[in-house]
Design a protein around this ligand. Structure first.
Ligand SMILES: [Cu+2]
Length: 183
């Protein structure tokens, strides 16, 4: 937790001093509580495995080397449990599929993308976590590219850790919850 807070603070400080020149590579930050879908909900839960009232923080910052670091912190989930998580292209909707596919740096010409050449944690942003005994978890992912005009718009929590084999790469079971982030 302390390390995570330091990472966030460092990232924000860094961006505050150096991020001005980058038109697309801005900081994105969301803090929200999961709730039922509404037009104004920032974070939506579709399943009791992500309880109403659980809290989520997402911070996305450009790195000095032209990459992107995304940090995810979750409170109030079920204890001792694996969740998959990824950056998705669309906003959270009334139903889970509305958040669309994963954001890919190089877009797979075959959709849905289950080819490990495209559906991997270097071409997508994967944020799988395992909660502790208090339902707390945090993680981060750094990729060597930045978002473009094809902005990503959400982080989706899934029922399982992300699979990597051919034909199932990038899948992680049903979508349990979604949080809007203006990447
Ligand atoms: Cu996903």
């Amino acid at each position: 937790m302390k390390a995570f807070a330091v990472a966030v603070a460092t990232a924000l400080l860094f961006t505050a001093t150096t991020g001005v020149a980058q038109a697309h590579a801005g900081v994105a930050h969301t803090f929200a509580k999961f709730e039922s879908y509404s037009a104004t909900a920032k974070a939506v839960t579709y399943d009791a495995k992500v309880p109403t009232g659980a809290k989520v923080t997402v911070v996305s910052v450009p790195t000095v080397s032209g990459g992107t670091t995304v940090l995810l912190m979750l409170r109030g989930l079920l204890p001792h449990r694996a969740y998959g998580a990824h950056v998705h292209v669309k906003k959270c909707g009334a139903t889970p599929p509305e958040s669309g596919p994963h954001y890919q740096h190089v877009v797979d010409p075959v959709q849905p993308s289950v080819d490990p050449a495209y559906a991997n944690p270097r071409n997508e942003i994967w944020l799988d976590v395992h909660t502790d005994g208090n339902g707390f978890a945090h993680t981060s992912s750094t990729v060597d590219w930045q978002f473009t005009d094809r902005h990503a718009q959400s982080v989706v929590l899934h029922n399982e850790h992300t699979h990597t084999g051919p034909g199932e790469a990038g899948t992680a079971g049903p979508r349990l919850a979604c949080v809007n982030v203006a990447f």
